[in-house]
Structure formats: C-alpha cells, structure tokens
Design a protein around this ligand. Structure first.
Ligand SMILES: Nc1nc2c(ncn2[C@@H]2O[C@H](COP(=O)(O)OP(=O)(O)OP(=O)(O)O)[C@@H](O)[C@H]2O)c(=O)[nH]1
Ligand SMILES: [Mg+2]
Length: 314
C-alpha cells in the first residue's frame, strides 16, 4: 500500500477501496506502518454487528437500515461475511441483488467475504476490511454474519455493538441459551413479525432477559420488525443508536472497545507465534518423530516439549 493508495482510500475512492480489500482477502500482508496510518483515521466509525441464524433476514434488515442511516446523513460500509461460502469479492449473489439499490452511491460501500476454509483468518480480515471502510470516512460499519459457530462469534466480538436477529422459528429458550446468543447480544431484533409465534418469542425473550442476570448494567432491548416491508426497522435503528449514545455516556462503550482491542492484539500474537513456530524444519521434525505406530506410544507431551525446546521467537 503506497501513500497514493492511502490518499485514495481517505478520499473515498471506491475502486481503490475495493482493490485494497481484495489484497487483504487474498492474504497479502498490508504493511504495518501504512496500516497504522490507515488505522489512525478509523476511530470515528461505529461498528455494529448483525448475527443470527441463516435466513433470519439479516441482509434484508441491513438493506433497510442503510436507507434509514443515510436519511440521518450517516454514510455506511457493509461487510457481509459468509463463512460457508468459498467465494470472495462480493460473489454472494443474493446479498448483491438485495443491496444493489445503493450501487453508485458513494456514501455506501458493500462487500461480501467468503471463508476459503479459514474461519480464524476470516475474523481478522473482516476487522481489517472494517478499518479500511472506516478510514474511507464511513460513519457506520455494519457486519453481517451467520451466528452459528465460534469463528462467527470471533467476528461479532470485534464490533462495538452486537444485534442478534431471531425469527419465530429460531426455537425455544434452551436453544437460545445454548447458542450463547444471550451473552453476545447488546440488542435483539425479532424479525418476520408477520409470522406466527413472533409475539410469543418476543415475550419469552423479554422474560428470559429479565430473569437472567447478566453481568451487565442494562438489559438488551428487544425490537420487532418485518424487514421486507420495512416495518419497525426505523424504530430499531433509532433505538440502537440511542443505546450506543447512552453507553458512550456511561463509559461502557469505551470499555468494550478497549477490551476488544486487547483481544485483537492477543489474537495477532497468537497467529504470528504459530506461523513462526510451524516452519518446514519443525513440521519435518514432527513427521519424523511420529512415523510408526510404535513411535506414537511415547507421551505427546515429550514430543511437544522437544519441538518447543528448539523454538526461540526472534
Ligand atoms: N416473512 C418474512 N420474510 C422475510 C422478512 N424479512 C426477510 N424475509 C425473507 O427471508 C428470506 C431471507 O432473507 P435474508 O435477508 O437473505 O436473510 P439472511 O439472514 O441475510 O440470510 P443468510 O445471509 O443466508 O443467512 C428472504 O426471502 C427475505 O425476503 C420478514 O420480515 N418476514
Ligand atoms: Mg444474508
């Protein structure tokens, strides 16, 4: 990334943004000094994550949210992460079709990312992409991800505010608890309120949140929407922005950012150490030490220690 590219990003040149994101996606390391410069211009942006089961209406909701945010004179970047898709570069056709009404609008930049089998890497890349969009001047960065596994949770943990989207068919109380969604959510949206069971789920969730004593000061709000008819979405957007404003006043917002920054540094160290550790020589050493069924009768701790003994991080 040259200074010219940085200038282009900062002046919201969507082609340059797109190219840089492609570089990040393909695993090219963005040079640290230049990333630092870019990062310095990314702090103003609010990062909001939307997670929930497949087909809950996350993309439809985000699509409507964009319009409401634009009306508030807020520009928007969207990072739609699909861990199940190997495609990259906006190849999620469904998302594209639904969101392309903003095509050509320089206040909106939408990008889909696939996993290529590497979920851990995806979380890191999605955060970097969010920073690029923030540096381009976008006020709000929306992340969409299917909330099912750990890797997706890693993505959602990197945001300032997490919205969990549920639908009447998302299931019962126990499933909600199991999926860890209660701990994750800063707000809930019950979408598909036109469907049977939506009222019951909303009530169930509200009761659950009242009784469940999370280690947090305020209980997450529960909004009800019919995304494809744009019903309730404006109220949800207003409510969420208001919650964020209150969290800022109380210092909760900053605390969360600090915690997440710390986590990000720890993850980078974890990844780098592992990458440095597994060089060719250690991979060979492991293969040689485990060539026969006899050899794997030794304690695995011993092999691990031998490998570690040869490791000094420089
Ligand atoms: N009945 C009903 N259908 C809806 C509503 N909102 C969205 N849908 C439909 O639900 C389907 C899935 O919507 P998406 O927005 O693609 O859902 P998603 O959560 O982004 O899906 P994935 O990204 O595949 O996980 C689409 O056919 C939408 O038209 C709603 O409020 N009520
Ligand atoms: Mg979607």
């Amino acid at each position: 990334m040259s200074h010219r590219v940085l200038d282009q990003i900062r002046s919201n040149n969507h082609r340059a943004i797109s190219r840089l994101i492609t570089a990040i996606e393909s695993g090219q390391d963005v040079l640290e000094d230049e990333f630092a410069e870019l990062f310095a211009h990314s702090h103003h942006a609010l990062r909001i994550g939307f997670t929930g089961p497949p087909g809950a209406g996350k993309s439809t909701l985000i699509n409507q949210c964009i319009a409401h945010l634009l009306q508030k004179d807020l520009s928007v970047g969207v990072v739609a992460v699909d861990p199940t898709s190997p495609f990259t570069g906006g190849a999620l056709l469904g998302d594209r079709v639904r969101m392309n009404r903003f095509f050509g609008d320089d206040r909106v930049f939408i990008r889909s990312m696939g996993s290529q089998g590497d979920l851990g890497g995806l979380a890191k890349k999605a955060q970097d992409v969010g920073d690029v969009l923030a540096a381009s001047g976008k006020d709000i960065i929306l992340f969409e991800t299917v909330g099912v596994g750990q890797g997706e949770h890693d993505i959602i943990k990197a945001v300032d505010f997490t919205v969990v989207v549920l639908v009447p068919e998302s299931g019962d109380e126990i499933q909600l608890m199991k999926a860890g969604l209660i701990e994750l959510a800063d707000a809930f949206i019950i979408n598909k309120a036109d469907r049977e069971g939506a009222g019951r789920l909303t009530q169930l969730l509200k009761n659950l949140l009242q009784n469940y004593s999370p280690k947090r000061a305020d209980i997450p709000a529960v909004y009800s929407t019919i995304a494809f008819r744009n019903e309730g979405v404006k109220e949800a957007v207003d409510g969420i922005l208001n919650s964020i404003r209150l969290e800022k006043e109380k210092g909760i917002f900053d605390d969360r950012r600090i915690k997440r920054y710390r986590q990000r540094v720890a993850t980078l160290i974890h990844d780098r150490l592992l990458n440095t550790f597994w060089n060719e020589s250690r991979e060979t050493q492991l293969l040689q030490a485990t060539q026969s069924i006899e050899s794997v009768k030794r304690s695995p701790y011993k092999i691990a220690q031998e490998l570690l003994d040869s490791f000094r991080y420089e």
